[in-house]
Design a protein around this ligand. Structure first.
Ligand code: SF4
Length: 117
């Protein structure tokens, strides 16, 4: 559900999404929703902005901008996804997901090491 929440917040872009609206979209309650928002915020993926909405204070959830770098095809050399037999089933919110993929994580870690040397 955390991944789904993050995708919805990212899709909302700079205008963000009111947390109460997000809870409705996720079909969850405010308690669980707040936990998700706290986790996303602690990971630095989103920020919470206090806003006045219909006379009440609430929070708007906005994705944190990440620095984008130009991607070159050579950067993708060795990406395990290109030869993965699970590519069709792999997606956020699925049992097979990039967020939990050991092969993808190891490949990214190698890229990071390579770029920092
Ligand atoms: S993230 Fe992992 S499981 Fe998904 S397609 Fe890439 S290698 Fe396969």
């Amino acid at each position: 559900m955390e991944e789904e929440a993050y995708e919805l917040i990212k899709r909302a872009g700079e205008k963000g999404v009111l947390q109460s609206e997000l809870w409705k979209m996720l079909k969850t309650n405010s308690r669980e929703g707040s936990r998700i928002a706290t986790r996303l915020e602690s990971k630095g993926l989103i920020k919470r902005e206090k806003v006045l909405y219909k006379g009440r204070w609430t929070f708007k959830l906005v994705p944190v901008k990440t620095e984008t770098k130009e991607v070159q095809w050579t950067t993708l050399d060795g990406c395990p996804c290109f030869t993965c037999p699970n590519i069709r089933e792999c997606k956020l919110g699925s049992a097979i997901t990039p967020a939990m993929c050991k092969n993808l994580t190891e490949w990214i870690e190698k890229l990071i090491k390579k770029s920092s040397t």
